[in-house]
Write a protein that binds this ligand. Structure first.
Ligand code: SF4
Length: 388
């Protein structure tokens, strides 16, 4: 490897329908001009390539939206452009998020042929009733079938499940998790259902159509998840992510270890050269911006040393291994970024562990991460302008 490492995120903003819990930048459109999108994404990528010469690309992540709806030739063109411009790490990880519908599963072989070497599958549940509640367009049977096709086509496969649904119990969730752990997948993302503002679920909860699972019941399921996955040699390496040793998502580790990444496509964030970049969120506005400026950037701003250090702390504490606070402070030329008296108090209460200047959250602590961050650091959350 020669140049400084860089990760690339590519956002595909379209989905066949909008899931009621989803607050991602996803849009439903009757038709999509694939040619226009190919050209726009390639131009947006060229902007980042010019800005960042002499880098070594360590990962690409196609997220969304539903990037498994992309024509594989667009995926191939983006990978090709990135590889033409940057040095490519010999073990580059190229992940694509996929939904397990049969139409998309039929494309897995072509996506592998286009250069994708890791698939992240949104199974979400093995229970048809739960899938209906979550507004998913696939059945449990289709999910298993898609997983089988994925495992045949990609060396590395991960899948997502959502738990802590209304009415979930330890017995119900442990049975589903045991099944998940038996499928031979070496990476799992296990998310608790959260009700995000502005989603359909938020309105349904406001109208009392259903009640989310109580916080203490959800916390008990989190601890159960931690125990079962550790026992199965798939421990959490981040709040919601579990893997066999060596199978962690290298792309996501770039975010959590606060290294540089470029983000292209609608609503994508990037952080490179000490700058935060945000692309236009709405697909049509993104296309117009690319046509006008040759890139989709809506906002770009330099990050101050304290903003960077605070964000690095926030990201690093998501990881089970934690972070070296002294190293982060030094990286940004600061003397101290945490209140050590408060850190030690949280060590005493079993929420943090500490060795010198290295701190990490315990499973109990990871559940209360926002609270812990507020306690130990004078956080200055970065304000992202609402890019249209
Ligand atoms: S498929 Fe994924 S991105 Fe699309 S609406 Fe559903 S949760 Fe959101």
């Amino acid at each position: 490897m020669s140049g400084e490492p860089l990760a690339l995120y590519v956002h595909w903003p379209f989905c066949v329908s909008k899931c009621p819990y989803c607050d991602f930048n996803s849009h439903v459109r009757a038709s999509i001009d694939e040619g226009a999108w190919r050209d726009a994404l390639l131009l947006d990528l060229t902007h980042e390539e010019r800005l960042l010469p002499d880098r070594t690309l360590t990962s690409i992540f196609f997220g969304g939206g539903t990037p498994s709806l992309m024509d594989p030739s667009i995926v191939e063109a983006i990978i090709g452009s990135a590889a033409d411009h940057w040095d490519v790490a010999s073990d580059i990880e190229i992940t694509l998020e996929a939904n397990p519908n049969s139409v998309e599963a039929a494309r897995f072989a072509d996506l592998a042929g286009a250069g994708v070497n890791r698939l992240s599958l949104g199974l979400q549940s093995f229970d048809d009733e739960a899938l209906r509640f979550l507004g998913r367009a696939h059945s449990a049977r289709e999910g298993f079938k898609a997983l089988e096709i994925a495992q045949r086509n990609f060396r590395r496969v991960s899948f997502d499940l959502i738990y802590a649904l209304p009415g979930d119990t330890a017995a119900k969730w442990s049975a589903m998790l045991a099944q998940a752990l038996s499928l031979g997948t070496r990476h799992l993302s296990l998310y608790q259902l959260t009700i995000e503002p502005g989603t359909r679920f938020a309105s349904l909860v406001a109208r009392r159509s259903f009640e989310p699972l109580a916080a203490d019941a959800a916390a008990a399921l989190y601890e159960l998840t931690d125990a079962m996955t550790s026992e199965a040699n798939m421990p959490a390496y981040e709040i919601s992510n579990h893997a066999r040793r060596g199978q962690e998502s290298r792309h996501n580790l770039t975010y959590w270890r606060y290294n540089d990444y470029s983000g292209i496509g609608p609503g994508a964030h990037g952080r490179r050269l000490g700058m935060l970049s945000v692309r236009h969120k709405k697909p049509e506005n993104f296309l117009l911006a690319v046509e006008r400026n040759g890139n989709g950037i809506a906002e770009e701003k330099p990050l101050s040393a304290s903003e960077s250090a605070d964000e690095a702390l926030l990201m690093g504490l998501r990881l089970k291994d934690g972070i070296d606070v002294g190293e982060i402070a030094g990286r940004f030329g600061l003397t101290s970024i945490v209140d050590w008296r408060r850190v030690d108090r949280l060590v005493g209460s079993g929420h943090l562990t500490r060795k010198g200047t290295h701190i990490a959250t315990t499973a109990r602590g990871r559940l209360l991460l926002d609270h812990i961050l507020g306690e130990i650091a004078a956080l200055q959350p970065i304000a992202y302008a609402a890019a249209s």
